[in-house]
Write a protein that binds this ligand. Structure first.
Ligand code: C2E
Ligand code: MG
Ligand code: MG
Length: 494
């Protein structure tokens, strides 16, 4: 769900749910649970029932025809009724939104009828497990809502969220197969998250949007802090989009050295952005943001082009290491895009290394495997970045074909005083040796760490001790002043 989708969903809702309705309609409107039989989905296949279907248009305006639950109009009415009831004694209540994760691909894969069947099963499950007095609504597509009159605060909403999440996680039966789903949730507590219906729903929507951005199966209860966080992210996104258009994102280079000779063997490209108003923004913040908001491709392509152009001016034996983001490992066009860029620039693919993380590969391992294979077939080398953190699995080292492993800084920074870190690094180095993989230790900050790593047989190192990331001009100057080709057999002085 991106920003555009969110805005259009909000517009859609205000269209579907009229701002005010004569009170007489409310009395006629059916509630979830007492849907007339002719409106139930099964009735759609009954011609006799179908002929009766459009007769009570007012009632119909409050029912979701597929599931028989109430619809967005019903939600508006229910919230208004409770708010009016509680006007004298303003006790809080909660509304929630649930959006199924990855429903569209399921629908595409199994077909519309199967998709509808799942939505009906979701509706029945939600109805069955909701606390007494609650109302379940289908807002449209794969989105459901609920009103929880007896949930007064964040903890209660989270508890319900976890319960619903579990209920929806159980497999769904579809003819001969079973299907598994997850759902994301957003809750808003009245009146803190909004007194007017539209404000309350918008808050629940903001909470849901945050859950969606954080991955699958997340639960968020709206708060001022969350609203603030979302505003900051949107402000950042706007600034980042402008910076990309204005070509203000730069790329810096950090040396990677051979620990044996202290010679530079390559550089890692690291994105840099300094905004006029926001100041320095870390790539650890803006790269994930660009991924979430769907413009990582544009950013990454510009950065790779700039990095490859800079690398053309370095001695030919030096490699360029470039970080691929997780979204790029889920997009089959990544390999052709990367190869086209370096081909246009004129960089030999054998001088390019791409850094990927295990967590990034997890989302779609088959797809990641295909992309990695295509790139390796073209001569590009692959490094496993931040090894030892995230969702590490030794199985991945066996199943995937990598060329290099980069040991995460969190182990390296403790190597001198912490025996456990030392043993872990020792084990990684031995294992990589056996698997024929090169090893780089990340984040080496002093001589003692460098010495220790060298003693453990680690081949390469990177860190402030050897050089901080610097722009293309400074990198060239560094190379001119300090780098000597390998055949000179003289280490550079750093
Ligand atoms: P990474 O790929 O693991 O990059 C190494 C990070 O460690 C860099 O942070 C680098 O500046 C920092 N570092 C290197 N040596 C030391 C040291 O001795 N001490 C300390 N404290 N830090 C050290 P940076 O540049 O802030 O980048 C953070 C992360 O952002 C990167 O982690 C990478 O995951 C991501 N990133 C950076 N540039 C790009 C890019 O162009 N594309 C993508 N997809 N991700 C990028
Ligand atoms: Mg990296
Ligand atoms: Mg790293």
């Amino acid at each position: 769900m991106d920003q555009d989708e969110k805005t259009s969903r909000q517009k859609e809702r205000s269209r579907v749910a009229p701002q005010s309705r004569p009170a007489v309609y409310a009395a006629m409107s059916p509630r979830a649970g007492d849907v007339p039989a002719e409106y139930h989905p099964s009735a759609l296949h009954d011609p006799a029932a179908r002929s009766r279907y459009p007769t009570d248009l007012h009632a119909l305006a409050f029912v979701d025809p597929l599931t028989g639950l109430g619809n967005a109009n019903r939600l508006r009415e229910t919230v208004r009724e409770i708010a009016t009831e509680r006007a004298a004694d303003p006790a809080p209540f909660t509304i929630g939104l649930a959006n199924l994760d990855g429903f569209k691909p399921l629908n595409d894969l199994f077909g519309h009828d199967a998709g509808n069947e799942i939505l009906c099963q979701v509706a029945r499950r939600l109805e069955a497990c909701m606390p007494d007095g609650s109302t379940v609504i289908r807002m449209g597509n794969d989105e459901f809502a609920f009103v929880l009159p007896l949930v007064f605060e964040r903890k209660g909403a989270e508890r319900i969220g976890h319960m619903l999440k579990e209920v929806l996680q159980a497999p769904f039966d579809l003819a001969e197969r079973t299907v598994r789903l997850s759902a994301s949730f957003g809750f808003a507590v009245y009146p803190f998250a909004g007194e007017a219906y539209d404000d309350l729903l918008k808050s629940a929507d903001t909470a849901l949007y945050r859950s969606k951005r954080r991955g699958r199966g997340q639960i968020t209860v709206y708060s001022q802090e969350i609203a603030q966080e979302m505003r900051r992210a949107t402000q950042l996104e706007q600034a980042l989009r402008n910076a990309i258009i204005a070509d203000e994102i730069d790329v810096h280079f950090q040396p990677i050295v051979s620990l044996d000779t202290d010679m530079v063997v390559g550089f890692e490209a690291l994105a840099r952005w300094c905004d006029r108003d926001l100041g320095y923004v870390s790539p650890a913040v803006f790269v994930p943001l660009a991924e979430e908001r769907g413009f990582i491709d544009a950013l990454s392509e510009t950065l790779l082009r700039k990095a490859a152009e800079a690398a053309l001016l370095w001695p030919k034996e030096l490699f360029l290491s470039f970080n691929l983001s997780s979204a790029q490992l889920m997009d089959l066009s990544t390999s052709s895009t990367v190869l086209a860029i370096i081909h246009r620039v004129g960089l030999d693919p054998r001088r390019l290394e791409l850094e990927i993380t295990e967590t990034a590969m997890m989302s779609d391992a088959d797809m990641a495997q295909k992309i990695v294979k295509e790139l390796r077939d073209a001569g590009v080398r692959i490094s496993l970045d931040d090894f030892g953190t995230g969702q590490s699995s030794l199985g991945r080292l066996r199943d995937f074909t990598f060329d290099k492993v980069k040991i995460d800084r969190s182990f390296v920074c403790r190597i001198v005083n912490d025996r456990a870190s030392e043993h872990i690094i020792k084990a990684i180095v031995t294992m990589c040796d056996g698997l024929g993989l090169e090893v780089v230790a990340e984040g080496i900050e002093d001589f003692a760490e460098a010495l220790k790593l060298k003693g453990l047989g680690c081949g390469m190192g990177q860190g402030y001790f050897y050089g901080k990331p610097a722009d293309a001009t400074a990198t060239l100057r560094y190379l001119r002043e300090r780098y000597l080709p390998t055949d000179a057999k003289r280490p550079i002085a750093i």
